[in-house]
Design a protein around this ligand. Structure first.
Ligand code: SF4
Ligand code: SF4
Length: 299
């Protein structure tokens, strides 16, 4: 994991990312552009300015859409930078009690897909409580892949699909399409029911400990449910179980772990790796199937 200083120095301030940024396009304020935010991060990192409420406001207004990342010719990892900055922001410029309550409520709701789906049904009926409310149909809210999507032809991989919290409710068609594409490419897709939250939303909000806990819970639950799903698989030659080596990798990545209250980029990287490993691997973990006699091998 790169040091924050290294990530900041990668920006050459060329401004190619500016037209891709919706907040800059909307407000035209340099400090609400990726380049401006990186400049602020740089000044905070150097200790030249405080991460006070004014500076934090520019970070808060970042949508986290990451449209600036592919637009950057220098490959600046704005995604990592804003993630680390949000964790710093929580420590150095805590939000008001009311703001924290709202944020906690939104994250808790997002992590309960059943409740979220129940609340979303009025949207499918055409009720629009606020202008930016997502436009969904009843079919959107019902769409989801089968728990086990068999590979087309001889299976050569196995994947466990993490449906996501919000995605499961509003973009179930995307999950179904992803499973269909994988199956068409010879992948047996397991979609364990009752999946939890991978922690991505918490991670993107700077709540690293919560993100790590949710990721670990999701991995543990996923392993258990995949076992049961595999028991129902019609394949007599079951491929290696996904997840075990990812958990092992997660433990390796964790290392000794940060002490409570310790900070700094290196300690933070240690925490991030666990959460990122958990969230990333759980999102879609693929395991190779040993080359079967007469069948296609991996890759
Ligand atoms: S983030 Fe990339 S595109 Fe944007 S100013 Fe920096 S180097 Fe240029
Ligand atoms: S992630 Fe933030 S800075 Fe980057 S394009 Fe989106 S709103 Fe702009």
């Amino acid at each position: 994991m790169a040091e924050t200083r290294e990530l900041l120095d990668a920006c050459v301030h060329c401004g190619f990312c500016l037209p891709a940024c919706p907040t800059y396009t909307l407000w035209g304020d340099e400090m609400d552009s990726p380049r401006g935010r990186i400049h602020l991060m740089d000044l905070v990192e150097r200790g030249e300015i405080e991460l006070d409420a004014t500076v934090a406001g520019h970070f808060d207004r970042c949508l986290g859409c990451l449209a600036c990342v592919p637009a950057c010719p220098s490959g600046v990892r704005y995604d990592l930078l804003i993630q680390r900055t949000r964790a710093q922001r929580r420590e150095r410029a805590p939000r008001s009690l009311r703001q924290r309550a709202v944020e906690g409520g939104v994250l808790a709701l997002a992590a309960r897909p059943r409740l979220l789906r129940a609340l979303a049904w009025p949207l499918a009926a055409g009720v629009r409580p606020f202008p930016l409310a997502p436009r969904v149909t009843a079919a959107d809210l019902r769409a989801r892949p089968q728990p086990l999507v068999p590979a087309r032809g001889e299976p050569r991989m196995r994947a466990a699909l993490l449906e996501g919290c919000v995605q499961r409710v509003f973009f179930g068609r995307v999950n179904r399409a992803a499973a269909a594409v994988l199956a068409a490419d010879g992948c047996e897709v397991t979609v364990p029911r009752g999946q939890g939250c991978c922690g991505a939303l918490a991670l993107h909000s700077g709540r690293e400990d919560e993100a790590r806990r949710r990721a670990q819970e999701t991995i543990a639950a996923r392993e258990d449910r995949i076992d049961r799903a595999q028991g129902a698989s019609p394949r007599s030659q079951a491929p290696p179980r996904p997840g075990r080596h990812h958990t092992a990798r997660m433990k390796r990545n964790r290392g000794p772990g940060p002490r409570p209250g310790t900070g700094g980029p290196r300690a933070r990287d240690g925490r991030m790796r666990v959460a990122r490993s958990g969230a990333g691997d759980a999102a879609l973990c693929t395991c190779r199937v040993p080359r079967a006699a007469g069948g296609r091998g991996p890759g």
